[in-house]
Design a binder for this molecule. Structure first.
Ligand SMILES: *Cc1c(COP(=O)(O)O)cnc(C)c1O
Length: 415
């Protein structure tokens, strides 16, 4: 959801592209002259460059982050009817990919400070909400089906607590597939490996989105899957291309999920800037932290010592979130909510029969979170104005009774 404003927009997708207009139009010219529209060197070169950026052995270019996640789940051998555990505080593409791979979605709640999967809730789920089969593998009490995978989402550009999740996964024989769609270049310090690890390298496979607003965005739809496993990479390549490794020899039934060459070429041009843009996003985040510090009414993002987040979004919490949106809007400042309705309260998932009380942290934060303008081109002066308006609103709001919606009210509203 984006609130349009002409003064400080929530997102600026025009300026960065104008700065690279020559290089980007060069990609179109090259594609036109070679008629290399599908596959070919532009796709392969981008895949090598993105794998190198992510520090993985393989990157497979795909038509979206959603397909990247779906194919990664399928290529990792998750079977129809298996349970895949993820978080309810994410974009619906995460659960669509799981369901559309034939698996059953089950949720565990998030951590209130990082907004990512709570490893503690995952432990409780595996120990208390599952039984075991003879081989010690977890069987969900909810669905009576085997739990075979977990999909942590590196939300807002910050990685989930991967050491803790991976150690539970290894204890319970689960495959870990990362939803890194918002986390290109994010890093996690693994105490176990004693080094910084990049998003997309710690699970068996990972999904990235190049939707235009992401830290690395195409000029259209695109995505990629990364892995260090040659078999997983090969299977994803087949899935994206009608199940064929050799033309018209279909080993499995696949999909049309390819990355087109023009998008690959455009992404390759933009990839050269990604490290700089991510560093600028971290600077902008530090500046917001500094400007908003000391305001008791605002909860700023929390970055644990093991995290180097790339701030796809800068998300704060306030009691009267909707009031702040209107106030910022009136001041000409765009903002967004990621996401206003938890997945278990979506109409599409009414059949899951979860209740708002099952995930108290997600339910609570969904009514309090707000994403402030965040992009490399944001200026210090613009940030100062945003912070000034946030301060003006919270100062005014502190003189009125709290208007925040309770969990029960939120649940009513979305039903
Ligand atoms: C954007 C996004 C996706 C889906 O990516 P598309 O390229 O739009 O298909 C999946 N998961 C998360 C967390 C995302 O933010």
């Amino acid at each position: 959801m984006t609130y349009i404003s002409n003064e400080i927009p929530f997102l600026d997708l025009v300026t960065p592209h104008l700065e690279m207009e020559e290089e980007l139009t060069g990609v179109f010219r090259q594609a036109l002259r070679t008629a290399g529209f599908i596959g070919g060197p532009m796709v392969e070169e981008f895949e090598r460059a993105f794998a190198s950026f992510c520090e993985t052995s393989y990157a497979v270019g795909l038509n979206s982050g959603t397909d990247a996640l779906r194919f990664a789940i399928m290529a990792c051998g998750i079977q129809p009817g298996d349970v895949v555990v993820t978080v309810p505080h994410t974009f619906i593409a995460t659960t669509e990919a799981i369901s559309q791979a034939g698996a059953i979605v089950e949720f565990v709640d998030i951590d209130e400070n990082t907004y990512n999967m709570s490893a503690e809730r995952l432990r409780v789920y595996l120990e208390e909400e599952c039984t075991r089969d003879q081989k010690g593998r977890p069987i969900s009490r909810r669905s009576q089906r085997p739990v075979t995978a977990v999909v942590p989402v590196h939300l807002y550009g910050q990685m989930a607590d991967m050491d803790a999740i991976l150690s539970l996964a290894s204890k319970y024989q689960l495959t870990v597939i990362e939803d890194a769609c918002q986390a290109h270049g994010a890093e996690y310090f693994s105490s176990k490996l004693n080094r910084w690890m990049k998003a997309g390298t710690m699970g068996r496979a990972a999904a990235f989105s190049f939707y235009p607003g992401k830290n690395l965005g195409a000029c259209g739809e695109a995505g990629a899957a990364t892995t260090n496993d040659p078999d997983v990479a090969r299977t994803i390549r087949m899935l994206r291309d009608h199940g064929q490794a050799k033309k018209y020899h279909h080993d499995i039934e696949g999909y049309n999920g390819r990355l087109d060459a023009i998008q690959a070429g455009l992404l390759h041009v933009k990839l050269a800037h990604l490290a700089t843009w991510n560093a600028q996003r971290r600077d902008r985040a530090a500046e917001y932290d500094r400007l908003l510090r000391g305001n008791e009414a605002v909860k700023c993002p929390f970055e644990p010592s093991w995290s180097k987040a790339v701030y796809h979004l800068y998300v704060i919490q306030v009691a009267d979130r909707d009031g702040l949106i209107s106030h910022l809007n009136a001041a000409g400042i765009g903002s967004g909510v990621h996401y206003p309705v938890p997945l278990y309260l979506q109409k599409a998932y009414a059949g899951m029969n979860y209740r708002a009380e099952d995930f108290p942290v997600t339910t609570r934060v969904a009514s309090r979170i707000l994403s402030l303008p965040m992009y490399p081109q944001l200026t210090a002066a613009q940030q100062a104005r945003v912070a000034e308006e946030v301060r003006a609103f919270t100062a005014k709001a502190s003189r009125r009774p709290e208007k925040a919606k309770s969990a029960a009210v939120l649940a009513e509203v979305v039903r």
